[in-house]
Design a protein around this ligand. Sequence first.
Ligand SMILES: Nc1ncnc2c1ncn2[C@@H]1O[C@H](COP(=O)(O)OP(=O)(O)O)[C@@H](O)[C@H]1O
Ligand SMILES: [Mg+2]
Length: 344
Amino acid sequence: MTLLAAEKVNVVYEPARGTRIWSVRDVDLDLKQGEFVGLVGESGCGKSTLGFALTRMLRAPARLENGVISFGGVDVASLTGEALRRQRRKGFAIVLQSGMNALNPVRNVELHFSDILRAHAGPGEHYSDAAVRRRGAELLGKVSLEASVLKKFPHELSGGMRQRVSIALVLSLEPKMIVFDEPTTALDVIVQKAVMQTIQELQRDQGFTAILISHDLGVVLESTNRVMVMYAGRIVEDQPSKELVRGLHHPYTEALLGCYADPRAEEIHLEGIPGTPPDLSKPLTGCAYAPRCPLAQEICWKVVPPLAPLGSGTAACHVRAPSAKVPGAQAAAAKAGAGRVATK
Ligand SMILES: Nc1ncnc2c1ncn2[C@@H]1O[C@H](COP(=O)(O)OP(=O)(O)O)[C@@H](O)[C@H]1O
Ligand SMILES: [Mg+2]
């Protein structure tokens, strides 16, 4: 059953008058109840912006330019105020990269639980201090933390514990969908594995739909059922995770498959893909990946490729997934096939 259906979602940043950065472009997606989906791509491709748009967390200078976001049959793209607040309970939520940023340094963990539980209490529902402690301890247990953590301040917790607390706070709203935005990127490898395991177990046990945003395809392939690859604000491939490691794919996906970043590095640079992602303030005149693509044909510079069937999913590539709707794509694909360039 479809939980989230997005159509033609566009997000623009307007940091200064006259500057418009199209960070999410015409994204269509469909998520089923209980799916665990990865969203991957290099830094700056629009992953976080899309995650924020889907959970209605965009803040200025970002704006949802247009698009429909239907969540459980409700159009949430236009909701505001109380109606939006209601969707946050048993609706959608986001866990951010750095647990520290999500937590208030002068409030202990128990106060974070009381804030969130009381702010989202249903009609007639009242949380006494004892009830907050009980529910807080129960939620901390779900993320493998002891109840004693309730009394701690954020600076008294390790990075991994802070991220667990952030997850427990989000769980308190019993969401049907959680976006995890690089939840383990700031953590060292061992802690990263442990937190990812907790996320996977929670997802399995509680059955919420999850979107795992990561620049690391390795992490995503280990935990998800399905992977969406994002490039220059667009979804360029969407495949079952198990299919991603075999067969031919979007050349960008193939480039990512050859890249594993060191998660401990302070700044993550993906080695091995020559060139850089395009300037998002310019309109697209063809495939955004064409300047870096070893398979690019003339058509790739001229026509933006639509998502078309490839393998068990879809890809936006004139060469690998020529769309019947694009005149000349089949011929270009045949030509590229004749002189196929090895990408690895
Ligand atoms: N606060 C901002 N102001 C202006 N532009 C922004 C801002 N945040 C992001 N962007 C633009 O949006 C693009 C996508 O950003 P983001 O969604 O954070 O990418 P990702 O999460 O994939 O690294 C960036 O390349 C940048 O051009
Ligand atoms: Mg991001």
